[in-house]
Design a protein around this ligand. Sequence first.
Ligand code: 5GP
Ligand code: 5GP
Ligand code: 5GP
Length: 208
Amino acid sequence: LLCASEDFDFFYFVQQWPGSYCDTKNSCCYPTTGKPAADFGIHGLWPNYNDGSYPSNCDSNNPFNQNKISDLISSMQKKWPTLACPSGNGVTFWSHEWEKHGTCSESVLDQHGYFKAALALKNQVNLLQALQSAGIQPNGGTYSLSSIKGAIQGAVGYAPWIECNTDASGNSQLYQIYLCVDTSGSNLIECPVFPSGKCGSEIEFPSF
Ligand code: 5GP
Ligand code: 5GP
Ligand code: 5GP
């Protein structure tokens, strides 16, 4: 019996800090279900290649279907909230993530498995607690990039990648945190390759 092997090398598991999505000059909109908790939220689980490139939109015959994940919706509203405008209930965001990224790992995880894997990773990795235990609080203060990375590496056991964006005044701030996951979608691994993009050596951690 031949099994198709997966056509990607690892996943990036990406979480976003809502305060940093919202304080840019574009601003944000809270979901129709209400203001999310002041915690990192899931952005996505993205199949990637070891050379840094990645597949996208792999199967237009496998569209997002909310009925397949009805048991996960209430957790997704809490852990995977959308902050884009206009306000939505999350379905547009989740549908985008499934169709662009999730369809590229469908040989390993079907829709239910894909969203369940992302939720399980979120429960496994408490980034806010890791930062707060190291005295790094979302209070608008400025922290060194190396202290942020060290706090996460120490708590999670793997080196993260930090993506920054800029607030309305142009300050570099902590926007997204990337960790790497094996092709099963269950186990953290050291990243085979890191994304690129600049942060300052000192970055802001805004409140939400
Ligand atoms: P941005 O231009 O905001 O960095 O990225 C836009 C979108 O491209 C991301 O939200 C994600 O969907 C995708 N993307 C960006 N960088 C990567 C990457 O390194 N790997 C994968 N798989 N997707 C990425
Ligand atoms: P990616 O960057 O993964 O390709 O996809 C991000 C897409 O999802 C964009 O079209 C963006 O407008 C939409 N989106 C909806 N809600 C959110 C959110 O809370 N954060 C981010 N980064 N994108 C969101
Ligand atoms: P090093 O390998 O010496 O830690 O860093 C090399 C360069 O990459 C430095 O400019 C450093 O600021 C940048 N860098 C290291 N880690 C990260 C990260 O997680 N995110 C971003 N955006 N840049 C980083």
